[in-house]
Design a binder for this molecule. Structure first.
Ligand code: AMP
Ligand code: ZN
Length: 114
């Protein structure tokens, strides 16, 4: 755990979140500022800064395989969007790796923007 990391504090229960799923590897909670009707963040329990630092193959696969299950649980049967912002120029604001899962509206045709 990183003591000055927002997501580590959420995972430790020191800050509130609207959690929708958790297991031994990840915690999933609602984004506080949703960019779509459904906007979840898939966050590993371990503090990994970004995609540049992740080296755990099992964790990587676990998160990828979890995404369609979460989407299905949320009723996103017609598709969803996933985003990983990496580094300041990639739009990353919280430096604890997370995958955005968005859906619920029609995101087609909106290009790369969230
Ligand atoms: P990123 O730009 O990829 O680092 O995304 C960080 C995301 O974290 C943004 O979409 C924020 O709205 C979201 N966020 C920031 N603080 C919180 C919080 N306390 N609980 C839930 N989501 C948060
Ligand atoms: Zn952290």
């Amino acid at each position: 755990m990183s003591t000055d990391c927002l997501f580590c504090k959420i995972i430790a229960g020191e800050l509130p979140s609207e959690q929708v799923y958790s297991d031994d590897k990840v915690v999933v909670f609602k984004d506080i500022d949703p960019k779509a009707p459904i906007h979840l963040l898939i966050v590993p329990r371990v503090h990994i800064i970004s995609l540049n630092e992740i080296d755990d193959d099992a964790l990587t696969i676990h998160m990828m395989r979890l995404l369609p299950k979460l989407a299905k649980d949320q009723g996103l049967n017609n598709g969803f969007r996933t985003i990983i912002n990496t580094g300041p120029a990639g739009g990353q604001i919280v430096f604890h790796i997370h995958i955005h899962l968005l859906g619920g509206g029609n995101l087609s045709g909106t290009g790369f923007a969230m």
